[in-house]
Ligand binder design. Sequence first.
Ligand code: NAP
Length: 250
Amino acid sequence: MDLQLRGTTALVTGAGSGIGRAVALALAAEGVRLALLDRDEAGLRETAELVNGEEERQDALMLVADVTDEAQVAAAVGAVDRLDAVVCCAGISGPVGSGIEDVTLAQWNAVLAVNVTGPFLVLKHALPALRAAGAASVVLISSDSAVVASPGMVPYCTSKAALVQFARALSVDLAGTGIRVNTVAPSVVDTPMSRGDLGDSAFDAPGFPVQSGDEVAAHVAYLASPRSRAVNGTTVLSDFGYSARSGFPA
Ligand code: NAP
């Protein structure tokens, strides 16, 4: 299926690693011109080199910025005049395995700042460029942690649930503008983040389903595409059906 993305422009945050990098490569392969944003300049440069080496050669725009800093976001995103898609992947997991009494206010604030305030700032400042496209798509990377929880990850789970409702509320606010807002909520994805949280050895013969960044990127590409124009204000929960199962022992 032709996703009809060729010649469009997208901004990808968190593009220096993991899912953001996979999304950048998937969109580049569809002929999308890219603005890549991350606070990690070295990671961003590596992604830009990979993107520029794709068959559809391009000079991806590199935007080094911290998504929690409004001045940096405004300067970075203001450099782009037209955006057919914005994909917000920048995120952190924060404390893992900590009971709430051991979570500091600074840790709590950091998780909410990156995972929730970050997309707010990026979209606030990207709105003129999204409006300029006429019909545009926003995709936020939430997590299955929006609907199920592992112990010791209260700030992360809270932030990811907030992101789902942020997307729904924004889709309602932007109704009639041609800008759609959807969320992808994957379970464990093999990236530096999950390896940092779980340890490399957990991925050797994992006793839990693992998906790749490329698989998440395929959902993003569909949601960014005009093929999904009727899909708005919703979440693609890619968790291998885990959360569908009832506790009823039948
Ligand atoms: P990753 O490999 O750590 O990549 C995240 C990227 O975002 C990194 O380059 C990181 O830079 C950047 N970033 C973090 N904070 C930032 C900030 N304040 N401003 C700008 N850039 C920032 O993680 P990932 O696994 O790809 O995760 C991407 C998204 O998917 C996150 O929102 C995550 O919550 C979500 N997700 C991940 C999984 C999973 O299992 N991996 C599952 C579900 C959802 P630094 O390296 O400098 O921090």
